[in-house]
Ligand binder design. Structure first.
Ligand SMILES: Cc1cc2nc3c(=O)[nH]c(=O)nc-3n(C[C@H](O)[C@H](O)[C@H](O)COP(=O)(O)OP(=O)(O)OC[C@H]3O[C@@H](n4cnc5c(N)ncnc54)[C@H](O)[C@@H]3O)c2cc1C
Length: 369
């Protein structure tokens, strides 16, 4: 059976095993009794003010799984695309790396090529370019991608879609530099899985961007998330098919009345969990998100996801891949995954200052499975 226009609101769990899904349909709430659920709800960009993801990508699958008790992994690793077209639209449109590949360069409003002395310059990896652009913006500059300076590039012919998209936003890349900014693009972290795609909750599998398989590490390379989703989704399909359905229990009804409005969460997360993070900002965000995370609040689900991201970022006291801490700029000797449950995130914000300054507890979280 396919149920269209249906939004999963809650997983119903009994004794750490899925027994059903509570959903909102256009005919009102509905309960689906099942002992096998696959979550494929995509990323989290919609929790930020600037993202290339659809506004509805607010990590609802993370909230569903976290409320069911599932373990999350590497939530702090969020990829920022360095060159989203800076406009008022949501989501922001992408000006792909290929334009830099053809020779376009990054300039500020004074024509200063501020990346010229960085290793790799404009062709450095996404995280390095995103940090350089963000630092320059924080210093009060506007940043542009100038395709006019690429020798021999006929931008309108080589990139017709990007040219049309820019012109729609009032910028002609043939005659003008393109205003750009970093934007949340992809979540490397997600629901933790084993090699069969299973979570810590019996009968629950995730696939696609909502999952943390570990395959993308701390810093996904471009163009491989669809491949991962297809390959790992295949493992999940095999495992679901090989898992016998036990006699379905009548699910106990949870309270499905939880908020999903990300509006109040976006500025908090954007400020604290952006391209550059620090302990003070992350602790302030945890304190601001905590009161929004109560079930009655309109932002409840986005707030718990934001809180888990912030707590994971606080715990990782190093800079690695897409996670850059100005107060911990070095990479730790040992690369480790991080894991976190919703209960950890809900218990700790009020103790954030004490808990995360202490090196004994605050260093790095335990190894993921
Ligand atoms: C602009 C852009 C360009 C990209 N380019 C590339 C590329 O070139 N190569 C590459 O590999 N990757 C690329 N990516 C990344 C890739 O597109 C995503 O990682 C991938 O599409 C995620 O797929 P998914 O199936 O996990 O989630 P999605 O495709 O986001 O699908 C999630 C679905 O779940 C639904 N949903 C959410 N919550 C609920 C709920 N509670 N109940 C019911 N349904 C729900 C949503 O409505 C949506 O239909 C790009 C991403 C963006 C934004």
């Amino acid at each position: 059976m396919v149920s269209e226009a249906t939004t999963a609101r809650r997983l119903i769990v009994d004794d750490n095993a899925v027994t059903g899904v509570l959903a909102a349909t256009d005919r009102g709430p509905a309960v689906f009794a099942t002992d096998r659920v696959v979550i494929a709800t995509g990323g989290i960009g919609g929790l930020f003010l600037h993202s290339t993801n659809p506004a509805g990508s607010v990590g609802q699958g993370l909230a569903l799984a976290a409320r069911a008790g599932a373990v999350m992994a590497d939530l702090e690793f969020i990829q920022f695309h360095p060159t989203a077209l800076d406009s008022k639209s949501y989501p922001l449109k992408l000006v792909s790396e290929a334009v830099r590949g053809e020779g376009a360069i990054l300039l500020d409003e004074n024509g200063d090529r501020f990346m010229a002395n960085e290793p790799g310059a404009e062709l450095a990896p996404r995280d390095i370019v995103a940090r350089a652009v963000w630092r320059h913006m924080r210093a009060g500059h506007r940043v542009f991608l100038d395709a006019r300076r690429a020798k021999g590039l006929d931008v309108a012919r080589r990139f017709p879609t990007i040219t049309a998209m820019c012109r729609e936003a009032g910028v002609d890349p043939v005659t003008q530099p393109i205003p750009i900014r970093p934007a949340v693009h992809y979540h490397m972290g997600g629901i933790s899985v084993d090699t069969r795609g299973r979570t810590s909750v019996a009968g629950l599998w995730p696939c696609g961007e909502v999952t943390c398989t570990g395959l993308h590490g701390a810093n996904r390379l471009a163009s491989n998330s669809l491949l991962e989703a297809a390959v790992c989704g295949g493992f999940v399909a095999q495992d679901v098919a090989a898992t016998a359905s036990t006699r379905r229990r009548k699910p106990a009804l949870p309270d499905g009345n939880v908020g999903s409005d990300p509006t109040s969460v976006r500025p908090i997360l954007s400020r604290a969990a952006g391209v550059l993070r620090d302990g003070e900002g992350l602790r302030a965000a945890a304190r601001a998100l905590y009161p929004l995370a109560v079930p009655q609040h309109a932002a409840s689900d986005p707030a718990i996801v934001g809180l888990m991201i912030v707590m994971a970022a606080l715990r990782r006291q190093e800079s690695r891949g897409a996670h850059a801490r100005t107060d911990f700029p070095d990479r730790a000797h040992l690369a480790r995954h991080s894991t976190l449950c919703l209960t950890d995130a809900l218990e700790t914000p009020h103790m954030a200052d004490r808990t995360f300054v202490s090196p004994a507890r605050g260093r790095l979280p335990k190894q993921a499975a």
